[in-house]
Write a protein that binds this ligand. Structure first.
Ligand SMILES: [Zn+2]
Length: 1055
């Protein structure tokens, strides 16, 4: 857009009396590019002083809307009405359909960080847009209150000297509950300070009686569908947390270092086929590789692939010439490396490393020929352990002979279970070997000294072929950041394998934002067939199961569970620990001759939060919809967490996805692009953004709306950076919005909607501006509908700085300030400003509600009394924009007008450079239409460019911000001939000329039009008339007299 070059009368307002009255006159313009305008007035003030006598007669903008936001203080005035009050009002009074955004509960632990703020703000943008559209929005914030971290924090906060191990589960639960409640209270305060609208007084907590009851009902329903079972099988076990973990509680470390071992298993009972190829008197050793030597005590068999080839070989490195080894044929190169002595092994390349190793191949046979042979345990000496067949054995790594410990591996368990091989697990909950591992190992930690001891024992027994450091991906406990192990225990599982297909079908109907996240959730669903839901902790919802003391058989059926649900409904989940087993037993089991004990497991917290959708399904059932809540919106890590646990429980019970739209957002990075984390100390505290830090120069108090606009401006689907520069930019954007709004408010002072000029009577310039409003509203609405708030923010910026400040507001100033207050042109402009401000304020309201409320308060009086509302959020959405504003004819014409404006501005710039003119108002413009005979008529018929020039003749003076625009017609042939020679001469005489071709259709093919289209000659020179001392246009007929417009205006004021 062209540089702003006018010097509006407003520039003198600094010295006018209005500036000192209580109603502040606006001394600055809303322009963002007024380098000329902002520097020139200072120079001109003295010179222009005589003109000051007319200043009081100008209609300068007046408003009490403050220039400075002082947001951290002023926002509080609007907080209540646009959050709590608004929520309650719309829930009762909005006439549209129900819209449920279901809150994913943050963990009730500690203070909030910027990630929490981003999450809640995105939700608030969605909700506020819906409220303005007339939906009844339901948004109940929630908190996830159970689980290990809260339990550990509560225990850590106990007074020094408290014996934590002596606490009963009831006592542990009491302190954990208090810790969670205090976090909920402080987080509620913090969330409210972000201006988030919702039902804060009725937030849900997973430790509420009501919630616990619903959760147990979900468990009950899943049990009835046969989806809950108990199994003694390996699960991820965290020795550091002393509990089982679900896949979703793991994080994988890429460079975990293991001490892997190549071990010889002595085959003591080979089957006939094997015997037939063995030289007499030989000792056969199967080569087995393991990355977890501590699982060797639990070895129960060795797996081979039935179709794979295996080789019997001798090695020259063996101390006993009768020893024959067995390994997969495809792994013989690897074997050579493993049979080198440590000295040779140190060589740098594989060839030289294995140069001294010579193998003698004796025979080959298939894996199926090995199955049934038996071996001796390398540590315990236990005899007759079997070789078994398993399809998952590959020749990609290891020896093709797989050490199998069904107590410590999922695949191992699956292979052994059908064969009746038990899941032997000589490791306890602390990760220590039990007595079953033997006296040498008992009490040692499997991850540290237990591993060392196992390796030592292998060396002593002559079974260790080689030890090797192995770097690989390994699961860690995501809370303690310590490696986990696989350990067989009796746990409760949800069979999600059978729900998988239904879950995938349900998410076909879900809208994902961003769409790419669909595959992520599908992937997590596909990869999971069971969900370990039991945890060995006290702070949670109990798994309501009794065990027969004698047989250990679980008592879990409709009546036993229903009895517990009834008790929890009345007393809360504490009842499980507070009542005796007898009291917890359903009546029919009280005297059935058996003795029971109650289980001590609690449920996985993902099961807690994953059942939160039941609150909506129960209270606001919408059977006609294929989903439960309209929107879920959380961080992208929830695809493996809450999104998934909610989906699985919801599909299991209702067949529906819990969400119709699933929004996922990224994580926060610092200004350098490094992920923010407490441990790195690079987190940004939302409270500091709002209220400022200790050093207010370094960390100013930006207020809530700037925090909100930052969230809106971010590309949330990716990870988002934030630092002081980014915040400064957003704050500057906010300042510009404020200045623009303030200018409009100042010029609407005293305007009433009832005085609005009907559309058909507006000038073409005003109609064009309304067509821009139409486009703006359309784009803003699309941004909200697509849930792309950065698109909305971009529209606000463009509209405010380019469409308004650099164009419309610039062009209309003269009329606003100098015309008679009620002149139709001025009223027309005010009518447009009223609509512009309304559109702008509605568009920004969901993002910066405090600002929008403040703006609304300062022009509410402009609306008809029956249209005035207590809050901008009750004024509706974009329905006020009529279709007729989408005026394509005027938009087409403006392609020509804008091109002319750009060209004229360039000529004005040239004239100013050589000081022919100062401000553009000193200039007169002539548009010479150069057409051959007959062409003018043709152009007119087509509605072509020359007609546009005629139609806009009056508007052009304002559009160019000059004192005069004249349109004349000439014969193109004659003019063209004299052009070149005249241009030079013209410049010397202070006349600036340009010949150009105009396009009335915005033409795609401009080059073709340029060669054939009609031409136009622009002439810029100093205006011939005198400067009007009131409006500064050069339109006065004599020096020191008022112009034709100002004369009557001033006269009428004196009457
Ligand atoms: Zn005037």
């Amino acid at each position: 857009m062209a540089t702003n070059i006018n010097i509006p009368p407003a520039a003198t307002a600094k010295t006018t009396p209005q500036a000192t009255t209580t109603t502040t006159a606006i001394a600055t313009t809303p322009m963002t590019t007024t380098t000329t305008a902002s520097t020139t007035p200072k120079k001109r003030e003295k010179k222009d002083k005589p003109d000051q006598k007319y200043a009081p007669t100008l209609l300068l903008p007046k408003t009490e809307f403050p220039l400075r936001a002082d947001a951290a203080v002023r926002e509080h005035q609007f907080r209540q009405r646009c959050t709590t009050d608004l929520y309650a009002w719309q829930r009762e009074n909005n006439q549209g359909e129900l819209f449920v955004l279901h809150d994913g509960p943050p963990y009730a632990n500690g203070h909030l960080h910027l990630g929490h703020a981003l999450n809640k703000l995105l939700k608030d943008f969605v909700n506020r847009h819906k409220v303005m559209q007339g939906f009844k929005v339901d948004y109940r914030p929630g908190w996830d209150c159970h689980g290990l971290p809260i339990e550990l924090k509560a225990l850590a906060e106990l007074k020094a000297g408290t014996d934590r191990s002596a606490l009963s589960p009831t006592q542990v639960r009491a302190v954990a509950q208090a810790t969670a409640q205090s976090a909920v209270d402080s987080q509620r305060q913090e969330f409210s300070s972000y201006g988030v609208m919702g039902d804060w007084t009725n937030g849900y907590k997973t430790m509420d009686k009501d919630f616990e009851t619903r959760q147990l009902k979900v468990f009950y329903e899943m049990m009835n569908k046969g989806l809950i079972y108990r199994a003694n099988k390996p699960v991820y076990w965290s020795p550091s947390s002393k509990t089982a973990l679900a896949e979703s509680e793991l994080e994988y470390k890429e460079d975990h270092r293991s001490r892997s071992a190549w071990v010889a298993f002595s085959v003591d009972q080979p089957l006939d086929k094997l015997v037939s190829v063995l030289p007499p008197g030989s000792s056969l050793q199967a080569v087995v590789w393991t990355t977890t030597p501590w699982t060797l005590p639990a070895n129960r068999c060795v797996a081979v692939h039935p179709k794979m080839n295996y080789t019997l070989f001798k090695s020259n490195t063996s101390s006993d010439p009768n020893t024959v080894y067995l390994a997969a044929t495809d792994r013989m190169d690897e074997m050579k490396v493993r049979f080198t002595s440590p000295k040779v092994k140190a060589a740098t390349d594989a060839d030289s490393a294995t140069a001294g190793v010579v193998f003698e191949t004796l025979a080959q046979l298939l894996g199926q020929d090995l199955v049934g042979s038996r071996y001796q345990h390398p540590l315990t000496g236990e005899k007759s352990l079997p070789f078994i067949a398993a399809d998952y054995v590959t020749s990609d790594s290891g020896s093709g002979l797989v050490h199998t410990a069904p107590g410590h591996g999922m695949d191992d368990f699956k292979a052994c279970f059908p064969l009746g091989i038990e899941a032997f697990c000589p490791v306890d909950g602390n990760g220590m070997f039990t007595a079953e591992a033997g006296p040498d190992l008992e009490g040692l930690s499997v991850q540290t000294d237990g591993t060392v001891k196992v390796l030592e024992m292998l060396v002593t027994r002559g079974s260790l072929i080689q030890e090797q450091v192995y770097v690989h991906k390994y699961p860690y406990d995501w809370r303690t950041k310590k490696p986990v192990i696989l350990r067989a225990t009796s746990q409760w599982f949800a069979n999600v394998g059978t729900i998988k297909e239904d879950a995938l079908k349900a998410i076909e109907l879900v809208r994902f934002v961003p769409e790419g996240a669909r595959r992520r959730l599908e992937g997590f669903v596909l990869s999971r067939s069971e969900w370990c839901i039991s945890r060995q902790r006290s702070w949670g919802v109990p798994i309501p199961v009794m065990y027969n003391v004698e047989t250990d058989e679980p008592l879990l059926n409709r009546s036993s569970v229903q009895h517990v649900i009834d008790l929890v409904k009345e007393y809360g989940a504490d009842v499980w620990w507070n009542l005796s087993t007898e009291e917890l037993l359903a009546p029919e089991y009280k005297n059935d001759g058996n003795t029971y004990r109650k289980g001590t497991d609690t449920m996985d917290v993902w099961f807690d939060s994953g059942t939160s959708w039941t609150m909506i399904e129960d209270k606001m059932p919408r059977p006609e919809l294929p989903f439960v809540a309209d929107v879920y919106c959380e961080g992208s890590d929830q695809h493996r967490g809450w999104f998934q646990s909610s989906l699985l429980t919801s599909v299991a019970l209702t067949g529906k996805a819990p969400f119709g739209t699933l929004i996922s957002h990224g994580f926060l990075l610092d200004a350098k692009g490094i992920k923010q984390s407490k441990s790195l100390g690079n987190t940004v505290d939302p409270a500091v953004v709002i209220n400022g830090g200790k050093n207010l120069v370094k960390e100013p108090a930006y207020g809530t709306d700037v925090l909100r606009l930052w969230a809106a401006s971010s590309e949330y689907a990716k990870d988002i950076a934030i630092g002081s520069t980014i915040l400064q930019q957003v704050a500057e954007g906010m300042r510009k919005f404020r200045t623009t709004a303030r200018f409009m408010l100042g010029n609407l002072k005293g305007f009433k909607e009832s005085e609005a000029v009907p559309y058909e009577e507006l000038s073409r310039l005003d109609k064009f501006m309304l067509s821009e409003v139409y486009q703006f509203c359309k784009n803003v609405n699309a941004g909200y509908d697509e849930l792309l708030f950065n698109k909305v923010y971009g529209q606000l910026q463009y509209f405010s700085s380019t469409t308004l400040s650099s164009f419309y507001l610039d062009v209309i100033k003269d009329t606003l300030y100098s015309d008679a207050e009620t002149s139709p042109t001025r009223r027309g402009i005010q009518t447009v400003l009223f609509h512009v401000l309304t559109a702008f304020n509605k568009a920004i309201a969901p993002l910066a509600p405090h600002f929008a409320e403040e703006v609304y308060d300062h022009y509410r009086d402009c609306f008809s009394p029956d249209q005035q509302q207590p809050t901008v959020f009750r004024t509706g959405w974009m329905e006020f924009v009529p279709e007729e504003w989408n005026n394509t004819e005027v938009r087409g014409e403006f392609l020509v007008v804008k091109q002319l404006r750009t060209e004229v501005n360039q000529l004005l710039e040239q004239a100013r450079a050589v000081k022919v003119i100062g401000p553009s108002l000193e200039a007169a413009v002539e548009i010479q239409v150069l057409s051959a005979a007959g062409e003018k008529e043709k152009e007119n018929e087509k509605g072509g460019w020359s007609k546009v020039v005629e139609l806009y003749a009056e508007d052009l003076t304002r559009l160019f911000i000059t004192s005069e625009v004249k349109v004349t017609h000439h014969n193109s042939q004659q003019e063209a001939e004299s052009n070149l020679s005249q241009d030079k001469q013209n410049k010397e005489e202070g006349v600036f000329v340009k010949v150009l071709t105009l396009f009335s259709d915005g033409g795609d093919d401009k080059s073709a039009a340029a060669s054939t289209g009609p031409k136009c000659r622009l002439v810029v020179k100093k205006a011939s008339l005198f400067k009007c001392p009131r409006c500064w246009t050069f339109t006065a007929t004599t020096s020191d007299s008022l112009c034709g417009r100002c004369g009557p205006v001033v006269a009428s004021l004196k009457l």
